[in-house]
Design a protein around this ligand. Structure first.
Ligand code: MN
Length: 266
């Protein structure tokens, strides 16, 4: 089948970040692609399920509000969807950065808080265990939705991949780099830990599950290592970039400068 209809959706809690990043994406400024913002959501799952219940699009592209999509990006997604229809007819979800069951990183993305490109270990094939939440593309006729019981705004990229696998569906990483203009997050306590605990129980029979930030295990020791590591790392990053006031990045120029538009339009 062909994927003719596509929408872009985001959970929005900061209008300035949205205006300075996602809203500058040419696919949105041109009005070619419909944008569905969800404001004041209590969790990513709740926000994204609202979108799924309101759209009849074949593909729903869920992105963070702090992501810039280079010119030509949605056209690339449509062609990648068609390719997957042929090569992996069972596909349900794709992302631009993810990790395999063996812990191999796949994809590429610009990381704003680190001011560098994250590049995977090479190649894009492998059994995906987790997709980075920065971009998640759902094929709606696969019938998946987000778990309404998963709290906060973390771990839903891992959860949706695991749910796809439970339904006999596959997840994929494609080469479609974006600029993630994120600012350093101070702590993985709170929402991240709550998400970790939720998945620990939900997927107990499948553990360990590798994610890009940590590994979900029965005992949960990697969570504490990740929290400690992240705390030191974010303090360093905040010191370097200065979180007050937030650093302003010209995402349009950056995407061009790092060559993303030539990759996307190759
Ligand atoms: Mn983000």
């Amino acid at each position: 089948m062909s994927h003719r209809s596509v929408v872009i959706a985001a959970a929005v809690n900061n209008e300035q970040i949205l205006a300075d990043t996602l809203a500058l994406s040419p696919d949105l400024t041109s009005g070619r692609v419909k944008f569905i913002p969800v404001r004041a959501a209590e969790s990513a799952s709740a926000a994204y399920n609202t979108v799924l219940s309101e759209t009849t699009a074949d593909l729903v592209i869920f992105v963070h509000q702090d992501v810039y999509l280079p010119a030509g990006w949605v056209a690339l997604i449509l062609s990648e969807a068609l390719r997957l229809d042929q090569e992996s007819p069972d596909w349900a979800v794709m992302g631009v950065y993810g990790i395999t069951r063996e812990g191999k990183h796949l994809g590429r993305i610009w990381s704003g808080d680190q001011q560098l490109e994250l590049v995977g270990d090479g190649g894009l094939s492998g059994a995906i265990a987790s997709l980075d939440e920065v971009v998640l593309i759902l094929r709606t006729n696969a019938g998946l939705s987000f778990d309404p019981d998963l709290p906060h705004f973390h771990m839903y990229g891992t959860d949706i991949v695991q749910m796809a696998a439970s339904a006999g569906r596959s997840a994929h990483v494609i080469q479609a780099p974006v600029v993630h203009n994120t600012i350093p997050v101070v702590s993985l306590a709170g929402g991240f830990t709550a998400g970790y605990r939720f998945l620990q129980k939900k997927w107990a029979v499948r553990l360990p599950i590798v994610t890009s930030m940590t590994t979900i295990t029965h005992a949960g020791l990697p969570l504490f290592r990740a929290r400690a590591r992240h705390w030191w790392y974010s303090r360093r990053m905040i010191k370097r970039s200065g979180i007050e006031p937030p650093r302003v990045t010209d995402v349009v120029a950056l995407a061009k400068a790092v060559g993303y538009e030539s990759i996307v339009n190759a």
